[in-house]
Design a protein. Structure first.
Length: 452
């Protein structure tokens, strides 16, 4: 009788573990699906604006330079609000940050659809939409994935959801172009507002309710204290943050080059006619987009198997060399090869930097530190956008701009290699639990939390 009871208990335990395993698998795919959807729809904030840029400048009866102030303000605010978003993630959780971003995006586009006033447009798009994008995408999504997934799955999960942005641009950009032919901006803005409520806020609320993984108990949150401003400022002076910031600035600089300077570089490359230049640009960007998806997944797969700092250095090295080749030998074939190699590294630097930052900083501060890294990233975007255009005006072509970005990526290689030395010390320090009541936080990310 006792033996049969033990057999029944073991069988019951096995069935329970199988059920938990099934739930974990469903939870994992559910989280990835929701995260991908959020990133996919968030691309509409910039995508619709870019396609309707000319129409909007005419709507407000402004020159392109005057109306471009809205885009410049958007980029600047995106960087400035990232630390705020990180603080919200640390204090209230990443899912609440993303829900707030979705609701603010809906309100911003509601205002943009109902009122045609440029000062209001500056506030709604330049400030509110910038907060919304920051609150929905890389910082909170990185913290969310870091909290919910174990080390073995983090890289691939973050790469999968990050690809939502790339696929969003690939799929939604043609939609905006098609709608631009017959749908006015006001109607589109109201549709986008509704999309953020139904397609982002509601799924995130559902995910937060039905995937309650990674929620700290009250006793766990009391066992550590979040460092104050002085503690964060102290972290900013440490080699770890400085090296992460230098390497990530290279990411921002090269992404700004693609967003703002690459298309005119191809158009001014001296190809036989404008049709050849347009075809070369379209093919290069298509190749870049396809390799961006493959590269992000490959990096996510490799992230848990190799040293992330060494992989990061490799990606920046490839990016630096292909940029230098583009500067020296522009041409139709070069543009296609450039698209493939640059695309393969495009999202990988974001995935690796995010993983390293979130792993190395304690649970109470990782959101803020990640947000501050994105501020540095956006400052590099702003600097490359302006200085790259200035260099083009002074020299008459984009050679100096391209070589400057290549050199910046070379500096990022050095920073990533130095991270290989700094990271082991930071890792060992972060794994020493802080004593209760102390002001220091040394808790490794994810400690005290359920992980898939």
């Amino acid at each position: 009788m006792r033996a049969s009871t033990r057999v029944w208990a073991r069988r019951n335990r096995s069935m329970s573990e199988s059920a938990r395993s099934g739930t974990t698998s469903r939870t994992l795919w559910g989280i990835i699906a929701v995260g991908f959807g959020v990133m996919f729809l968030s691309s509409s904030i910039k995508g619709a604006y870019q396609v309707y840029f000319r129409d909007l400048s005419e709507l407000f009866d402004l020159g392109r330079a005057q109306f471009a102030l809205s885009g410049a303000l958007f980029g600047l605010c995106l960087g400035l609000v990232s630390p705020l978003v990180g603080t919200i993630c640390d204090r209230y959780g990443p899912s609440r940050s993303m829900i707030s971003g979705a609701l603010v995006a809906a309100l911003a586009f509601l205002l943009l659809g109902l009122f045609q006033n440029f000062p209001l447009f500056l506030v709604a798009y330049g400030v509110m939409a910038a907060y919304a994008l920051a609150a929905m995408t890389f910082v909170p999504m990185g913290v969310w994935i870091d909290n919910l997934f174990g080390e073995r799955h983090k890289g691939l999960a973050y790469a999968a959801v990050s690809n939502g942005v790339a696929i969003g641009f690939m799929v939604l950009s043609p939609l905006w172009v098609w709608l631009n032919g017959w749908l006015d901006w006001s109607t589109l803005a109201l549709m986008i507002a509704m999309g953020f409520v139904v397609g982002v806020a509601v799924p995130l609320y559902w995910a937060d309710r039905y995937f309650p993984v990674g929620i700290e108990t009250h006793s766990e949150s009391q066992s550590r204290q979040a460092p104050g401003v002085s503690g964060v400022l102290r972290e900013l002076r440490q080699p770890l943050f400085i090296l992460l910031a230098i390497s990530f600035a290279g990411c921002g600089s090269s992404m700004a080059f693609i967003d703002l300077h690459y298309a005119p570089l191809v158009q001014e490359a001296g190809l036989p006619d404008s049709q050849d230049a347009a075809s070369a640009l379209a093919l290069s960007l298509s190749v870049l987009g396809g390799f961006e998806l493959l590269g992000a997944l490959a990096v996510g797969h490799l992230a848990g198997k190799v040293q992330p700092a060494m992989l990061l250095a490799l990606l920046y090295g490839v990016r630096s060399m292909i940029l230098a080749w583009l500067a020296i030998s522009p041409g139709s074939g070069t543009f296609v090869v450039f698209g493939a190699f640059f695309g393969a590294t495009y999202m990988g630097t974001v995935v690796l930097t995010s993983m390293m930052c979130l792993r190395l900083y304690g649970a109470s501060v990782k959101g803020r530190m990640f947000g501050l890294l994105f501020t540095v990233h956006q400052l590099a975007v702003f600097g490359t956008a302006w200085l790259g255009g200035l260099a083009r005006d002074l020299t008459g072509d984009y050679t100096l701009t391209t070589l400057g970005v290549a050199a910046f990526c070379g500096l990022s290689v050095i920073a990533a290699l130095a991270l290989q030395v700094v990271t082991p010390r930071s890792n060992s320090r972060s794994r020493v639990p802080s004593s209760a009541g102390s002001g220091e936080t040394a808790m490794p990310s994810g400690q005290g939390q359920s992980q898939v």
